[in-house]
Design a protein. Sequence first.
Length: 318
Amino acid sequence: MTPEYNERSRRQSPNFDCALARDWLKKTDQRLLPSSFPQIAEEYSFLHEYRQSGLRTLRVAFLAAFAAFVVFAILSGVADGEIVSGFAARGTALLSLGLVLIVLFVFGQGVIGNYVPLMSALGVLGMVGSSSTRKFISVDSELLVAAPTSAIALWLLFAFFRLPLGAALGVAAIGSAYSVVSGLYVTNLPYPLTRTILYLAFSIALGVLLASSIEMRERRLFLQRRLAEYVQDELELKSQAAMIASSDKARLMATVAHDLRQPMMAAMIHLSLVDSRATEEDLNGVTEHLGRARASLSLLEELLEHLLETARGEAARD
């Protein structure tokens, strides 16, 4: 089962290693096949997104296939005048497609949780079913034997199912073997068996390259987005820290200004009293007020020294 996925907690996860992510991106230029991320949390998050994308694509693909099959069956039956005779076979195929659509649309989260086994089974059924339906779509024996249905199914498998390469290759091998053994060839040219095997092998090889390139591109985009989110989160944290520091400094300056104003005002008052007492020739009063002014100035000196020590500490931390 895929673990619960939470976009906010994933973005804010402290375990994201920026250096590992950048190293993985550098090494992808030298790889032909996709590889897992070094961090398990990022791998789970990517697989969840990747399979959700595959599920959305499959919904559209099967819905289009259902509509196309209905239209084709009606047109084929009208042209051949055998709508009733082929109703059971066509109805069975439509019912199968309808059940697949119900599973994809209604039980989406269950599909994501068991994605690989369910999609592998669906791929096998799809390849076998797409080959088998050729037996009742047309009454022309040449047409029903030779058709590129299997090759097209392989391309759809590798392009849209978002399966791991090992699972996709297994599904492709089973579907291709069924087509060959059942005599459902992709061509009616000379040596149809040999040509069918070669065509299917070529389709599988191209499908592997296609699936690999899609997954590698999606992995790179995912990790680049994670790095951008990581940098954005770091900038937001630094911005918040700077705002807090600025607010703290503003409060400190207000407090310091208030504390400095008090001894300065006290010293000025005492000096004015000294001046008045000196005029009156009251030496005892002059000495008393000079002592108090000296005490106020000493307090002011201590406050200034404390302020300087705080400034030095802030500069050292910066």
